[in-house]
Design a protein around this ligand. Structure first.
Ligand SMILES: [Zn+2]
Ligand SMILES: [Zn+2]
Length: 329
């Protein structure tokens, strides 16, 4: 009798789990009849599906970040500042995001390798995975299957989603669906195979540079500030694009998601905070559409254009209220 009463209290949606709610992550990954975004649904997050490599990496960087103030030197602070700009703006914003994920312009080979190098140093993982996951975000933005929507929780969209591992089969399907163009590119295949090595090899370089400059104290300071502190600040800024700019700010264009333009995220991320503009017109190389929407990364793209390193820059700002081109990735 008690069981009957409990069952009566449960709504039909809760009492009838969908097909995928009964499937494991591996089963979803292996089932071609299911859309691959089902492998990103938050219900998969449980102990056995935690990506411990990502977790350990993030934990170590955050420990380094907390220790760094005790080893501060002005030189190390400057190294962190310059590297932060190179990684966050040149690497992630221009390289991974506007160039790779959205193909908003073309780059000369040296410029392409330059932006990919700094994106690698940002420690945000594989370029192909970054671009594929980001295209999925645009396609499913704030709907079921968006890898990092705040509708699934603010903390989920900011960081927790990163700890959900993906089986090889899921990655394979994700790549084939979302980045077939990049899979064919030999340069991107090269970057994909070498980014881990380059990232790990960079830490001793910071240490050696600091040691050569000022002995052991500077070596430790260069490592902690140039790698850990800089990287953690950059992480949280980037992650705010996934969390804060889908929560707080103003809207210039009507889109099908909750994206907003947020000035403080734009400052922290060299222009990425104008996220409503970006969701409305994702192929545009510029995210700031009004004169006061400062977009430092676009200034860098312009500079690359003037010096002949960037061409075919998609930069025509649509009239406010113009039909969104959000279907174009
Ligand atoms: Zn978004
Ligand atoms: Zn985007």
């Amino acid at each position: 009798m008690a069981t009957e009463l409990v069952e009566q209290d449960v709504s039909p949606e809760e009492s009838e789990p969908t097909k995928t709610e009964r499937l494991s992550l591996e089963a979803v990954a292996a089932d071609d009849s299911l859309p691959i975004w089902e492998a990103f649904l938050p219900y998969h997050m449980m102990w056995k599906n935690v990506d411990w490599v990502v977790f350990a990496w993030m934990l170590s960087m955050h420990i380094g970040f907390l220790i760094a103030p005790f080893f501060f030197t002005w030189e190390a602070g400057l190294v962190a500042l310059v590297t932060h700009f190179l990684c966050s703006s040149v690497g992630i914003c221009i390289g991974f995001h506007r160039y790779l994920a959205h193909r908003s312009f073309k780059l000369s080979r040296p410029a392409e390798l330059f932006v990919m190098f700094w994106a690698t140093m940002a420690g945000q993982g594989s370029p192909l995975r970054w671009a594929a996951t980001h295209r999925l975000h645009h396609q499913r933005s704030d709907k079921e299957g968006d890898p990092h929507s705040p509708k699934d929780g603010k903390l989920w969209s900011h960081i927790t989603w990163l700890f959900l591992r993906q089986p090889d089969q899921a990655i394979d399907r994700l790549y084939k669906k979302y980045i077939p163009d990049l899979l064919k590119d030999p340069v991107m295949q090269f970057v994909e195979k070498t980014y881990g090595f380059i990232l790990f090899a960079s830490a001793p370089v910071y240490f050696a540079a600091g040691y050569a400059y000022g002995g052991l104290p500077q070596a430790i300071a260069f490592m902690l500030w140039g790698v850990c502190f800089r990287m953690v600040v950059s992480y949280h800024s980037t992650w705010c694009v996934n969390s804060a700019t889908h929560l707080w700010g103003y809207v210039s264009y009507k889109t099908t998601d909750t994206s907003k333009n947020n000035w403080w995220v734009a400052l922290l991320t060299y222009g990425e905070g104008w996220h409503n503009n970006h969701h409305a017109h994702p192929r545009l190389a510029r995210a700031g559409h009004r004169w006061w929407e400062i977009d430092i990364s676009f200034w860098v793209i312009r500079l690359m254009e003037y010096t002949g390193q960037a061409t075919h820059v998609v930069d025509k700002i649509p009239a406010l209220g113009a039909k969104s081109t959000e279907d174009e990735l």
